[in-house]
Design a protein around this ligand. Structure first.
Ligand code: HEM
Length: 287
C-alpha cells in the first residue's frame, strides 16, 4: 500500500487489482500455510483457471483446463507436504504434518492434502475480489466513506459490501435434496442438485429492508456471502480483516482515489473477479 500511495500521489495510474488486492490476501494465506514466495505467481495463476469447474456456464475446454489446473495444484501440494516431512518449519503445513504423524486416526494423507488444497484454492482470489468490490463501493458511495476512518467502522462498511454485492454469486459446494422438497411451488425431487444464489439471497426483501440500498451499519439480517451451515467459510474473519484494513488505509491516506477507466471483470459466474482495476487520484486532489 505504501508503494501504491507513492505512485498515485505522483499522478500515476495503478492497477490496484495486481498491486494490492491480489498480493495482500495471497501473501497472507501463503505465509500462513508456508508456501515459498518463488512459487506464488505460478500457484496464483492456477486458481482463476480452477474456478471454471464450478461455473455452470463453462464449456468443455474450460472444464478440461480447470481439470489440468486442479491436477497441477494437487501435485504441488503433495510435493510440498513431502518436503515439510523431511524439514518441519514454523507454518501450518508443518503443524498439520505433525498431527498426521502423531495420530494417523485424526488426519489421513488425503484429508491433509485436501485441506491444504481447499485453503489455497479458496484463500485469496475470493478475498482479492472482495477488496476490489469494497474499493468500488467506496468510490460509488462517497457519502459513506466516513465509515472508513477507523477499523471498527470499516468492518461495518465491508460487511455491507459483502451483503450488497458478494464476490461469490453462487455456492461452490454441490448440494443434493435429501428428500422431495416443495419450495415456492416448485418440487425439488430427492437427489436433485441444488446451487444457492448467494447474491440474490442477500437482497431478499423478506429478510432485508430496502435491499438495493447500500447502507453500512444497517440492522443486517444474515448475509450469505460466506455461505452457511457446516461449510461456512473458514476464512471469513481473515477476509473481513484484510478488506477492512486495505480499504480504510487507502481511503484515509488517499481520499481522492478514483477510477481511471472502467474496471475489467473476468467472465465468470461463480466469482465476479476482476482482471484489472485501474485507479488514480482525482484531479482536484492532486495538489
Ligand atoms: C471475502 C472473501 C471470501 C468469500 C466471499 C468466501 C466465500 C465462501 C463461501 C460462500 C463458502 C461456502 C461455499 C458453499 O457452501 O458452497 C466458503 C467456504 C470456504 N472458504 Fe471462503 N470465502 C472468502 C475468503 C476465504 C479465505 C481468505 C479463506 C482461507 C483462509 C477461505 C477458506 C474457505 C474454506 C476452506 C471453505 C470451505 C469450508 C468447508 O467446506 O467446510 N475463504 N467461502
Amino acid at each position: 500500500v505504501d508503494r501504491v500511495e507513492q505512485l498515485i500521489r505522483a499522478g500515476e495510474v495503478v492497477d490496484l487489482h495486481r498491486a494490492v488486492s491480489v498480493p495482500v490476501p495471497l501473501r497472507g494465506i501463503a505465509k500462513l500455510l508456508g508456501v515459498p514466495e518463488r512459487d506464488h505467481p505460478y500457484l496464483s495463476n492456477l486458481v482463476p483457471r480452477m474456478i471454471n469447474v464450478v461455473d455452470p456456464t463453462a464449456g468443455p475446454e474450460a472444464i478440461a483446463d480447470a481439470d489440468e489446473a486442479f491436477g497441477e495444484l494437487a501435485e504441488y501440494i503433495v510435493r510440498l507436504v513431502a518436503a515439510r516431512r523431511t524439514s518441519l518449519q514454523d507454518d501450518l503445513i508443518s503443524a498439520l504434518v505433525t498431527v498426521r504423524e502423531e495420530d494417523d486416526q485424526r488426519l489421513s494423507d488425503d484429508e491433509l492434502s485436501n485441506m491444504l488444497f481447499t485453503l489455497w484454492a479458496a484463500g485469496f482470489e475470493t478475498a482479492a475480489t472482495a477488496i476490489d468490490m469494497a474499493v468500488l463501493a467506496a468510490m460509488e458511495h462517497p457519502d459513506q466513506t466516513h465509515w472508513l476512518s477507523d477499523p471498527a467502522g470499516a468492518t461495518f462498511f465491508v460487511d455491507e459490501v459483502l451483503r450488497w454485492d458478494p464476490p461469490g454469486q453462487i455456492s461452490t459446494s454441490f448440494r443434493f435434496a435429501a428428500e422431495d422438497v416443495g419450495m415456492s411451488g416448485v418440487l425439488l425431487p430427492r437427489g436433485a442438485q441444488v446451487r444457492l444464489l448467494l447474491g440474490a439471497a442477500n437482497r431478499d426483501p423478506e429478510s432485508c429492508e430496502d435491499p438495493d440500498r447500500f447502507e453500512p451499519g444497517r440492522r443486517a439480517s444474515a448475509s450469505l456471502a460466506f455461505g452457511t451451515g457446516i461449510h461456512y467459510c473458514l476464512g471469513s474473519r481473515l477476509a473481513r480483516l484484510e478488506m477492512a484494513v486495505v480499504v480504510s488505509t487507502l481511503f484515509t491516506r488517499l481520499p481522492g482515489l478514483c477510477l481511471a477507466g472502467a474496471p475489467v471483470r473476468r467472465r465468470s459466474m461463480p466469482l465476479r473477479d476482476f482482471e484489472s482495476f485501474h485507479v488514480t487520484l482525482s484531479r482536484d486532489r492532486v495538489a
